[in-house]
Design a protein around this ligand. Sequence first.
Ligand code: NAD
Length: 261
Amino acid sequence: MTGSTGLVVGVANERSLAWGIARAAAEAGARVSLAVQNERLAIHARPLAESIAAPLVVCDLADDQAVGRLAEQVGATGALDFLVHAVAFAERAELTGRFVETSRPGFAGAVDISVYSLIALTRALLPALRRSDRASVITLSFLGATRVFPHYNVMGVAKAALEATVRYLAADLGPEGIRVNALSAGPFRTLSASGVPGLRALMAAARQTIPLRRDLTLAELGEAAVFLLSSASRGITGEVIQVDGGLHLVGAAVPPEGAER
Ligand code: NAD
């Protein structure tokens, strides 16, 4: 990715999927800028940004003016070769109760931050993406978009909308040479994921039942992202690529010893 310039949005700390991707892109030679939600998170993100010589920008994606300022800061003149959207939000109450209890504001808030922000960010950065000859946009999804996971609730619906958004953006921007794809990641213990009850149990079950029989590493996710952000994937757009150790293949999550009985 030498010579490529990109923006990675959604770094909260060193466990963030955004950080795994930013680090892998920087190691592959890209010049990366990072965006964080607020000053509180910037305290954790600043040393990470410094370690890869990345400028750090604060932007709350709920605020259209902040999105505009972000685009001014990172894409006012030069070309932007890639954009990574690694952002999701749902009120904790929406992830603890029954799905049927999903509230109207809880639904709207989850879809606004987890889905609409991809459209808003991409639109704000379009002039800079158009100046690139290899523009690639990626977002992060989860298998909860198409399968039901306990407590994932409204976030599963948001991920389904996010994957549809990837297809619509890819079709809309493809004629301008801008590609849009998603990585569907397996479970990682991050700040956001800790808001979904039962994550530890899901990861323990996955370790025993997914084809690769282990947790994935941030480096593995990062390298898959580098593929989608680089010209190696130049023929791919509108795709959701599973980087989940084969989680999406598993029908019944029965541990191997249980299946023998
Ligand atoms: P994380 O908590 O490290 O990152 C989520 C980021 O979203 C944070 O940096 C947070 O500040 C940001 N964010 C939330 N609301 C925002 C707002 N209004 N404005 C700006 N930023 C905002 O957690 P993560 O697991 O790295 O999540 C990154 C992406 O990966 C999310 O889309 C998540 O759904 C997805 N994902 C996570 C997993 C997992 O198991 N951790 C699996 C598959 C997909």
